[in-house]
Design a protein around this ligand. Structure first.
Ligand SMILES: [Cu+2]
Length: 70
C-alpha cells in the first residue's frame, strides 16, 4: 500500500526529519520518502491508517492538504 500526501509547512531538513520520524512511529509504515520542494510525502507499508498518518503529521506541526491512496 502506498499513500501520496501533499504536506504544507515543511521549510528545511529539520521539518523533513520531523515528519519522517513521526510517520515511522506509526504501525505499518515501512518506508517514507519526502520531496520538500514539491511538498510530496510518500508513505509505503501495510495496514496503515490514513487517519493516524494525518494526525501524526498534524501533531508534528504540519498540514496535510491532499491524500491519494494507491
Ligand atoms: Cu524546518
Amino acid at each position: 500500500m502506498k499513500m501520496n500526501l501533499k504536506v504544507e509547512g515543511m521549510s528545511c531538513q529539520h521539518c523533513v526529519m520531523a515528519v519522517s520520524n513521526a510517520l515511522f512511529q506509526l504501525e505499518g509504515v515501512e518506508n517514507v520518502q519526502i520531496l520538500m520542494d514539491s511538498k510530496a510525502v510518500e508513505v509505503m507499508g501495510a495496514g496503515m491508517s490514513e487517519e493516524a498518518i494525518r494526525d501524526a503529521i498534524y501533531d508534528a506541526g504540519y498540514d496535510v492538504v491532499e491524500v491519494e491512496v494507491e
